[in-house]
Design a protein around this ligand. Structure first.
Ligand SMILES: NC(=O)c1ccc[n+]([C@@H]2O[C@H](COP(=O)([O-])OP(=O)(O)OC[C@H]3O[C@@H](n4cnc5c(N)ncnc54)[C@H](OP(=O)(O)O)[C@@H]3O)[C@@H](O)[C@H]2O)c1
Length: 311
């Protein structure tokens, strides 16, 4: 019993020392956001919209990309109240020609690209056998191939400049693959691997690769019912504004991975990496068939339609 107590105390002390060192570490990035040219994908809503506003507020020249042109114009109008330079490029990122046009238009207007934020993404949740195959292709293409290809197109300019940041918006689901969304998790695990491998490839070039790992964020992606469930479990739901502001703080500190969701999420990730068996047990306890039905929207349908009981 005494040994166990010492073991727990020792563990807690090491953890505290680790966090203190991380907190005090004098890391600074030479990145200057004023006048930086920042491409934000998925800028029409949620986290991407918040990134566009937050970077513009710091003097960056933002390029807004997403499909819904009217929403991009709304973001542009909001930014125009405090920053003059913003470019809207309505883009379907699943179309290679439109990816090229996005990069060309940016270079023609500004002559450089300082930050690429690969943020656009969609999430299919629920039972894999219920997924629509064309939506699966669309998701894998958008979350992974579009981010990789857009990075590929932006790299020559960044390498010429000898500086640049590729900011990949992944998910903690890419660290702890979640039973509610196996196909989505695969795209985010893939994006994390892409970030890690590319960071190694670009070592010494002045181009940084940063992974952002949001946990739960109040956007169109997370239905109100799922948000309620997540809150009941004690997880925090961040606002997109918080995600954007915290990302910028950490980016300027020089971080390579920017985590959200607090201690609980880091503990889950640790468990997943070092004791995956316990991670599986935990998910078995937390993620019931009803929860999976809820993420698919089947439970919501059942509540309003007595015929549509959850499977
Ligand atoms: N919300 C969360 O809890 C959460 C948690 C972890 C990670 N994330 C990640 O955060 C990122 C942003 O998601 P969000 O929560 O802000 O969701 P969101 O509000 O639904 O935003 C998704 C964005 O992607 C864009 N998009 C979708 N398909 C596109 C396409 N084919 N071409 C161009 N743009 C496209 C959408 O714009 P259009 O429809 O106008 O094209 C929209 O602006 C995603 O990568 C997501 O995986 C979110």
């Amino acid at each position: 019993m005494r040994r166990f107590r010492w073991f727990v105390l020792g563990g807690a002390a090491s953890l505290a020392a680790y966090w203190l060192v991380r907190y005090l570490r004098p890391e600074h990035s030479p990145l200057v956001l004023n006048q930086a040219v920042v491409i934000v994908t998925g800028a029409s809503s949620g986290i991407g919209r918040a990134y566009a506003l937050a970077f513009a507020r710091r003097g960056a020249r933002v390029v807004l990309a997403a499909r819904r042109a009217a929403l991009l114009e709304e973001v542009r109008a909001e930014i125009a109240t405090y920053a003059a330079d913003v470019l809207c490029v309505p883009t379907d990122l699943n179309d290679d020609a439109q990816l090229e046009r996005l990069v060309q238009t940016t270079l023609e207007r500004y002559g450089r690209i300082d930050i690429l934020i690969n943020n656009a993404g969609i999430a299919l949740q629920g039972l894999l056998q219920n997924h629509d195959p064309s939506r699966v292709r669309e998701m894998v293409s958008l979350n992974l191939a579009a981010a990789i290809n857009l990075t590929r197109l932006c790299l020559p300019a960044m390498l010429r400049q000898g500086s640049g940041v590729i900011l990949n918006v992944s998910s903690v689901g890419g660290k702890v693959p979640n039973a509610t969304a196996p196909a989505y998790a695969a795209t985010k695990v893939g994006l994390n691997a892409f970030s890690d491998a590319l960071r190694r490839q670009l070592d010494g070039t002045g181009v940084r690769v940063v992974t952002v790992l949001p946990s739960y964020v109040d956007t169109e992606m997370l239905s109100p019912l799922v948000q309620d469930y997540v809150r009941d479990l004690g997880f925090t739901i961040d606002t997109p504004q918080y995600v954007a502001e915290h990302t910028i703080d950490e980016l300027l500190k020089g971080e390579q991975e920017i985590w959200f969701g607090g201690f609980a999420v880091r503990a889950f990730a640790w468990l997943e990496r070092h004791l995956p068996f316990f991670s599986t047990l935990l998910q078995r306890a937390l993620i019931t068939p009803e929860i999976i039905a809820l993420t698919e929207g089947r439970l919501a349908a059942a509540q309003t339609d007595p015929q549509g009981a959850p499977q």
